[in-house]
Ligand binder design. Sequence first.
Ligand SMILES: NC(=O)c1ccc[n+]([C@@H]2O[C@H](COP(=O)([O-])OP(=O)(O)OC[C@H]3O[C@@H](n4cnc5c(N)ncnc54)[C@H](OP(=O)(O)O)[C@@H]3O)[C@@H](O)[C@H]2O)c1
Length: 262
Amino acid sequence: MKMSQNTVLITGGTSGIGYALAAQLLKRRNTVIITGRTEERLTAVRQSLSGVHTYVCDQSDPAAIVRLYAEVTRAFPDLNVLINNAGIGLKLNLNDTTRPLEDLEKEIRTNLIGPIQLINQFLPQLKRQKAAMIVNVTSGLAFVPLPLKPIYCATKAAMHSYTQSLRVQLKHSSIKVVELAPPATNTDFNKGQEEMNSASLMDVNKFARVSVRGLERGREEILPGMSPIIRLIGRLRPHATFRRAEAEQMAVHGEDSAKRLQ
Ligand SMILES: NC(=O)c1ccc[n+]([C@@H]2O[C@H](COP(=O)([O-])OP(=O)(O)OC[C@H]3O[C@@H](n4cnc5c(N)ncnc54)[C@H](OP(=O)(O)O)[C@@H]3O)[C@@H](O)[C@H]2O)c1
């Protein structure tokens, strides 16, 4: 699909990958709408990305998604691309069973239930367009888990699987379904993680350029940087995990928790 003159909704466009994709798509003369949880951060983006449209929407809240749909489709009846990008990734020690259930649910609501609800909500709108696209941002960690972020990896693996099914079910529609699986990328997502060597992180603007080129070329799966290698490891060694994480787990939560991960 031509990546110009579309009307694109990107969830989570206030920083990182969403912001870089918004900048790329604006440059290519698309109408770009982004979301975020706070007006403050969205205002800052409007000041740096001229022409971008913004909506507050915490996608862990189902009612906020219903409101977003009503407002966006009223203002942008030509909306034809949904990029499900917003996400969070928490380090969790599963041995700590005292954590409130809401803490565990938040990540699942943001990374999995939110995107699925967004697709469910916007599907009739997208089906009305001559050419439309749904892009789900998953992760290299959808293919090989990092035990330090157990729920995050589970949500991304689930989004990977869901995207495959969605693609088949929409095969005879005007909607193309794309999975975009970033490798470790230089964004706020990895800030303050001592274990991440910044040299091993992909530059976010390069990531956005490669991704938009992939969309334009009609790829169904876009795996920039190290992501194809991670997927290959997952296929060749289905029980593989990023074992380096065990040492990190031990450092953060104590030796016992790391042993129990083995
Ligand atoms: N960076 C990486 O290494 C990497 C690797 C693989 C996959 N990914 C995936 O790429 C996507 C973008 O991550 P990033 O690296 O760009 O991280 P980031 O810089 O932290 O950006 C995350 C974005 O999501 C938004 N967001 C978070 N929770 C939200 C919620 N409940 N409702 C609406 N918006 C929410 C944030 O907006 P506000 O804070 O303004 O609400 C922000 O715009 C995520 O799905 C992530 O899992 C990242």
